[in-house]
Design a protein around this ligand. Structure first.
Ligand code: 5GP
Ligand code: SF4
Ligand code: MG
Length: 453
């Protein structure tokens, strides 16, 4: 996952600080690196760096620069490839002028495309998906840039939400299945494209709509224009990532017309109805990812909700730290239960998901050590049983707790009195989009079929 944000001022005002702020609101989508690119005097200028946005880019420096159209990116990548060359946006001056690209997603036929490009003379500097798009466009320099871009998109498989900065426009594109979110906003003659609507809120923009699956949006001097990569699929099949609603997105975002907050709360309510814990004294969420589902659970179960596990706000998402050792330590560093609330109590603990099972195990140990009488774990998503082929590449099948153990074994392993998941039907119903518009592959194993690619 990554976060992307772009802004174009039709009035020629500088948008650089707004892009910085937009990325700040998207920091949860990637903490390994950040970059911003804009066009200045006919060439691309960029600021890029490793780490959190404020470590990677100096806000004051950005505020002093001028650019009326700009794009930015925050990236989550495994440590071994977090080199400066891989920090997006990637930029170049090609035959048709300056260009920069930022991408959220995974191009599944990247190896094949790279091979073809290299055979035709391309020299790669990074291992990014975006660089392949850049080379595809450069090799079609006889075409108008927008046509070369559309041509490149037709060759891509997998997931992409893309932002491209051309000399005097920003082009945004969402893959034909709409895996990754992408929204359009506007405020006073400035147009914005963002991974999530929470980034529009920070710049005071109104959410106009989502970029549609397979749509290309061009923002230029005259405003917004829409094109299509491919004719709309007759079957209307989409693959909006259901995990965005479970975990990835911020709860104050609205994705494909559905409030992430509402969806999470409904997941909790449905979980309470299907998997009650009779006689529980309190419901607590694992902060922050499980909190909203826990509120929903507590409401539906008529059991008091308590902020009984406190999170250190200054520690990032544990999962983001790539090694197992750091991950294990991370849970301890990050979370602290309030002993007095748990002593002799029957507690329900709600979390958004179990991946490796590390968090659940640590949580139960922590809460038992507070003297809790019973600990019941409720997970507001179905068991993660399959790897994601569409953009979250960290899950290896062999490390997934639900693959290695049955529910009962996992319950014993984490030391809980009971452990239950949300069903896939309830997940879909809680999100509130039709089943054929959602990807649930990491839960259900239903990937795109070969004929659908
Ligand atoms: P586990 O400890 O079971 O490996 O991971 C579960 C915890 O990690 C949950 O609390 C959840 O919030 C978070 N999580 C689940 N899936 C992902 C993911 O794909 N990426 C990141 N960054 N965190 C995740
Ligand atoms: Fe999202 Fe899971 Fe589908 Fe990947 S497999 S796109 S994480 S729902
Ligand atoms: Mg969590």
């Amino acid at each position: 996952m990554s976060g992307i944000f772009g802004a174009y001022s039709t009035a020629g005002k500088t948008v650089l600080e707004e892009v910085y702020l937009g990325l700040y609101a998207l920091q949860h989508r990637g903490q390994e690196s950040a970059g911003i690119s804009w066009v200045q005097e006919g060439a691309v200028s960029s600021k890029r760096g490793l780490g959190l946005l404020h470590n990677a880019i100096d806000q004051k420096q950005i505020a002093d620069e001028h650019g009326h159209c700009a794009i930015g990116h925050v990236r989550y990548v495994p440590l071994e490839s977090s080199r400066l060359q891989n920090v997006l946006p990637i930029s170049a001056n090609y035959a048709r002028g300056p260009i920069a690209i930022a991408h959220d997603g995974i191009i599944t036929n990247l190896a094949e495309l790279t091979k073809q490009l290299v055979q035709r003379g391309a020299i790669f500097q990074s291992s990014t998906n975006s660089e392949a798009i850049l080379h595809m466009m450069a090799q079609k320099s006889h075409m108008q840039p927008i046509d070369a871009f559309v041509d490149a998109l037709r060759r891509l498989e997998g997931s992409y939400s893309l932002l491209v900065l051309l000399e005097n426009s920003i082009v945004a594109a969402r893959d034909p299945y709409g895996f990754k979110p992408l929204v359009i906003g506007e405020n006073n003659g400035t147009y914005y494209i963002a991974s999530e609507s929470c980034a529009l809120d920070i710049v005071g923009a109104t959410l106009l709509r989502d970029v549609e699956p397979g749509e290309i949006v061009v923002i230029g001097e005259k405003g917004i224009k829409s094109l299509r990569v491919q004719p709309e699929r007759k079957c209307g099949r989409c693959m909006h990532c259901s995990f965005e609603y479970v975990y990835t997105a911020r709860p104050d975002s609205i994705i494909d017309g559905r409030s992430v907050y509402e969806a999470r709360k409904e997941m909790g309510r449905r979980l309470a109805r299907k998997s009650p814990a009779e006689g529980a004294d309190l419901v607590a969420g694992m902060p922050d990812s499980g909190t909203i589902a826990a509120i929903g659970y507590a409401q539906a179960a008529h059991t008091p909700f308590e902020m009984a596990v406190v999170r250190n706000r200054y520690v990032g998402r544990t999962f983001i730290q790539p090694t197992q050792k750091v991950r294990e330590l991370g849970v301890k560093i990050k979370l602290n239960p309030i002993e007095a609330l748990f002593l002799d109590k029957k507690a329900v603990i709600v979390d958004d998901s179990i991946v490796r099972g590390t968090t659940a195990e640590r949580t139960v140990t922590m809460i038992r050590s507070c003297g809790a009488a019973e600990v019941h774990i409720r997970i507001a998503s179905p068991p993660v049983l399959h790897p994601c082929l569409y953009g979250i590449d960290t899950r290896k099948e062999g490390t997934l707790a639900a693959v290695r153990m049955t529910r009962e074994e996992l319950c014993r392993k984490v030391g809980a009195d009971s452990l239950n998941y949300l069903t896939e039907e309830d997940l879909i119903a809680a999100i509130g989009l039709p089943a054929d518009k959602l990807c649930t592959a990491c839960f259900s194993g239903r990937y795109l079929e070969d004929g659908e690619k």
